[in-house]
Design a protein around this ligand. Structure first.
Ligand code: BJW
Ligand code: ZN
Length: 253
């Protein structure tokens, strides 16, 4: 029987983690929601009132780079003003409680790193760097570029955010590592993601096919829910710390 109430779900997941050699976690925008970072989809999402194709495609950038930069500068400032939430801290603590962990994120906010997670696979890039559209230059943006016309210090052409837009390929190293991790894990945690964006959405399905237990933590339903061995309808910043605390107890001699 699948666990349904939240205490038995905490126990179930802690038990599975305690028996795992390798755990894979895929996080999405909902993981940072309790830090105050807006999500993408849904009524209060970052994109409500805006068509994603106006800001998250290379075509949009080619059409109106200033508009796209205004969107990303606002995001960068928002992220600079928030902190990792209890979910991020619990994820960092989980590293010391399981033999191996692979943390894959679709988020561009670097909150996992700020919480202390050591190795984070960033599938969709990050908000904190910009790269040149014409030469190999990549630079740190600090807390945000001063203008909405950031240009390359080496060749004078437009810089663009180091994020992955629709229709662009993901960083090949990151995808390769993430796929390897998904293929070898005993438990795959899908947390705070709509599971709508490929190829990130495929990794839980691949892990499932390889025999991993798939666990979703999300207050809402997603296309993954029907495939999950355990679907937890809760906020990650509330649920994950309880699981990690219980796992720590199980680990005590
Ligand atoms: C909580 C919570 C709490 C709330 N606790 N949970 C048809 C047409 C065109 C393209 C395609 C197509 N079919 C497939 C594609 C490919 C496309 C794709 O998947 N599109 C789908 C939308 C259909 N993918 C791509 O283009 C990717 N590239 C690719 O496939 O290359 C090969 C290729 C090339 C050319 C053609 C075809 C293939 C690239 C994808 C790049 C995604 N980029 C973005 C923007 C990044 C930069 C930025 O940040 O601005 O990444 S889009 C956006 O979505 C962002 C996110 O990382 C990503 C996923 O969003 P996420 O994390 O799921 O957030 P939300 O807001 O959607 O959901 C939040 C969830 O949290 C909800 O479920 C809440 O319930 C939950 N939640 N509070 C836990 N407290
Ligand atoms: Zn340049």
């Amino acid at each position: 029987m699948p666990a349904t109430d939240s205490t038995s779900q905490v126990e179930q997941l802690a038990q599975w983690l305690s028996k795992s050699q390798f755990v894979c976690a895929m996080t999405g925008a909902g993981f940072s929601a309790e830090s105050g970072v807006e999500t993408f989809r849904g009524p209060k999402g970052l994109w409500s009132g805006r068509n994603p194709m106006d800001v998250a495609t290379p075509e949009a950038f080619a059409r109106d780079p200033r508009d796209v930069w205004r969107f990303y500068i606002a995001r960068l400032r928002q992220v600079a003003g928030v902190r990792p939430n209890p979910g991020h801290l619990a994820m960092a603590r989980l590293e010391s409680l399981v033999p191996g962990i692979g943390l894959i994120t679709q988020n561009v906010d670097r909150l996992h790193q700020r919480a202390g997670s050591k190795e984070v696979i960033e599938l969709h890039g990050n908000l904190h760097e910009a790269r040149c559209t014409a030469c190999p230059y990549v630079g740190d943006l600090g807390d945000g570029p001063l203008s909405d016309e950031p240009k390359c210090p080496q060749c004078g052409q437009w810089l663009r955010p180091c994020v992955v837009w629709f229709g662009e390929t993901l960083p090949p190293d990151a995808v390769q590592k993430a796929k390897q991790m998904a293929a070898q894990c005993d438990v795959f945690l899908s947390i705070g993601t709509s599971s709508q964006v490929y190829p990130a959405s495929q990794m839980a399905i691949d892990a499932h096919a390889k025999g991993a237990r798939v666990v979703e933590i999300n207050p809402g339903w997603t296309p993954l829910t029907a495939h999950a061995h355990l679907a937890v309808r809760a906020k990650s910043g509330q649920f994950l710390p309880r699981v990690v605390e219980r796992l720590a107890q199980l680990r005590e001699p």
